[in-house]
Design a protein around this ligand. Structure first.
Ligand SMILES: C[S@@+](CC[C@H](N)C(=O)[O-])C[C@H]1O[C@@H](n2cnc3c(N)ncnc32)[C@H](O)[C@@H]1O
Length: 253
């Protein structure tokens, strides 16, 4: 059970554990309508490449064989849409996110792309998923897990809802280790991104949080240990773009 005085990070601030989710929700309510545009502007389109690498790694079957993906913190549905376009007729994705505004943008995108029969949207918390045990073939979470207050609970839930032989994949910002690139990345992150956020969404603070939260996230080896501790086997990771992003993988065996 949570201790009343337990704290956690919200960006560079320490906040009571029980308050983080409300603060995170405020961030994504504020940016939802401009979220996809901001992703392109902030990453120069690179987020599309990272997401495609995640989908290629997932490699959903191209056949009629049933394949159920749970895309947690799926927001506006990007990962699920990319997977649905690559997969066969047996594919179905469930986008689960705690924020109704992000999901509503996703629902509209699904309709526009004629993917509404293959991708469904469910409001829910990664820490307490409302899905039966062993009900999904794969679990993805992209740029979501660092926003979840209790990551160990989310990992335990990922393990619980995956079938035996199911795969866990997590794409998340990581730690730039390339000398020179780290300084440039810091300059860009702390100066350009909040200003871009202000110009496009009128909200610099939300983007300051997003940048700060990246710096608080565990390094790839430490995060891999957390994934193993949740019960996953064959845990591995690869870093992309000089460590800007890491893709972690684990199996429920
Ligand atoms: C940066 S967005 C990522 C969206 C999408 N996966 C993508 O890659 O474009 C992070 C998402 O995490 C969601 N989120 C934050 N805390 C959550 C939680 N406890 N459970 C489920 N979703 C959560 C937010 O609402 C937001 O939509």
């Amino acid at each position: 059970m949570d201790q009343p005085d337990q704290t956690t990070h919200f960006g560079f601030r320490d906040v009571p554990l029980g308050e983080k989710q409300t603060l995170v929700n405020d961030v994504f309510h504020s940016v939802a309508s401009r979220y996809d545009l901001m992703n392109d502007l902030m990453s120069g389109g690179l987020h599309r490449v990272w997401k495609d690498i995640m989908i290629n790694t997932l490699n959903p079957p191209k056949s009629d064989a049933p394949f159920a993906l749970l895309d947690v913190a799926g927001g506006t549905g990007d990962i699920s849409f990319r997977a649905a376009k690559k997969a066969g007729a047996g594919f179905h994705a469930t986008v689960c996110d705690i924020n109704g505004d992000m999901l509503e943008v996703g629902r509209q995108r699904a309709l526009k792309q004629y993917l509404d029969d293959r991708v469904s949207f469910v409001e829910g918390n990664a820490e307490t998923l409302a899905f039966p045990d062993r009900s999904f073939d794969a679990y993805t979470i992209a740029f979501g897990i660092r926003n979840v207050p209790q990551i160990d609970l989310a990992l335990a839930e990922a393990y619980r809802v995956l079938k035996h032989g199911g795969r866990f994949l997590c794409l998340e910002f990581s730690t730039v280790e390339v000398p020179g690139l780290d300084k440039l990345y810091d300059l860009f992150s702390f100066n350009v991104i909040p200003q871009l956020g202000r110009a496009v969404t009128g909200d610099a603070e939300s983007y300051r949080y997003l940048v700060e939260s990246i710096r608080q996230f565990p390094r790839p080896n430490a995060f891999a240990e957390m994934i193993s501790a949740a019960g996953f086997s064959r845990v591995s990771w690869q870093t992309l773009s000089g460590g800007i992003v890491a893709l972690h993988s684990g199996w429920r065996l």
